[in-house]
Design a protein around this ligand. Structure first.
Ligand SMILES: NC(=O)C1=CN([C@@H]2O[C@H](COP(=O)(O)OP(=O)(O)OC[C@H]3O[C@@H](n4cnc5c(N)ncnc54)[C@H](O)[C@@H]3O)[C@@H](O)[C@H]2O)C=CC1
Ligand SMILES: O=C(O)[C@@H]1CCC=N1
Length: 262
């Protein structure tokens, strides 16, 4: 399979590293504007690097991995060379229609992955109207990196903040939790909390209990855990989390508007 990869940032690196074990990446071609990140990633995962998009043979599909704000620049570099190709885009916040308009692309599938795809423990949401017939094969491909699910575009857009951003929220919470203690060094506590995160994730995946039931299983009656939870709950923890997500949704709309003006 010949795949052209546009962008060589954090998310593309995680996807390609995840695919390395199951796919032959020797015919994958990576492009980045400066060429530096593409060269580093190409060397790491055994893919080719391309310096000039105009000399690239037509690929089977194209992975778009730049930031939403960089899409117009990318279009300038591409011209109309690949307008009949299938684009598979991981961009957050920009609709399929808008991405097809900016790129002048006939076919486009949106995929919303998350960083744990690197270790085949990711969640990838997929949506497309223009390339519906090929959605199934890409769901199968991304299943190799964890859970992959075809959803509507509205669902993909809203759930980006749950599955795409989700890992960052757990890391931020874990860091703040760890910083609330004094025993041991910060480094040692961080090691402990990473194991707690892994243990909680594993139990969360294996158990048939609801998340509330799992919380209850840790809280002994009148014990120490419930004292913390009751404090957080009475201080509006649920509302605090929701407000943050609303800020993310507002930013999604701002990015959408930004691209519409381009
Ligand atoms: N980081 C994450 O956890 C997730 C990111 N995404 C999406 O992945 C995309 C990339 O995000 P990150 O990897 O975090 O950002 P990043 O900043 O690490 O990577 C962006 C990459 O785009 C490249 N680039 C810049 N201008 C370009 C152009 N004109 N043509 C081609 N490539 C260009 C840069 O060289 C860089 O390699 C974004 O659209 C984001 O919404 C989606 C899900 C999760
Ligand atoms: O923060 C972002 O915009 C991207 C999308 C989901 C995770 N990172």
């Amino acid at each position: 399979m010949r795949v052209l990869v546009l962008g060589a940032g954090k998310m593309v690196e995680a996807i390609l590293t995840g695919f390395k074990a199951s796919e032959d990446l020797s015919n994958w071609m990576i492009f980045s504007p400066s060429g530096i990140s593409a060269k580093n990633l190409g060397a790491k995962i055994g893919a080719r690097v391309v310096a000039d998009l105009q000399n690239v043979e037509t690929p089977d599909w194209i992975l778009v991995g730049c930031k939403p704000q960089q899409l117009p620049d990318l279009k300038n570099l591409l011209g109309d060379k690949f307008k009949d190709s299938l684009f598979v885009s991981i961009l957050a916040a920009v609709t399929e229609e808008e991405q097809r308009r900016v790129l002048n692309a006939k076919y486009l599938i949106r995929v919303m992955p998350n960083l744990p795809v690197e270790h085949k423990e990711g969640v990838s949401l997929l949506a497309s109207e223009s390339a519906k017939a090929r959605l199934g094969s890409f769901e199968a491909l991304f299943t190799k990196l964890g859970t992959a699910l075809i959803v509507s575009e509205t669902e993909l857009d809203e759930l980006t903040l749950l599955t795409g951003s989700g890992p960052a929220f757990f890391y931020e919470f874990a860091k703040n939790l760890s910083h609330s203690f004094e025993s041991m060094s910060e480094e040692q506590r961080e090691k402990l909390i990473r194991q707690v995160l892994l243990g909680a994730a594993k139990s969360g995946k294996m158990s048939k209990k609801s998340l509330s039931e799992m919380t209850d299983a840790v809280t002994s009656k009148a014990g120490v855990t419930i004292a913390v939870l009751e404090n957080w709950r009475s201080n509006g923890f649920a509302e605090f989390v929701k407000k943050g997500i609303e800020a993310g949704k507002k930013r999604t709309e701002e990015i959408k508007a930004l691209l519409r003006q381009s």
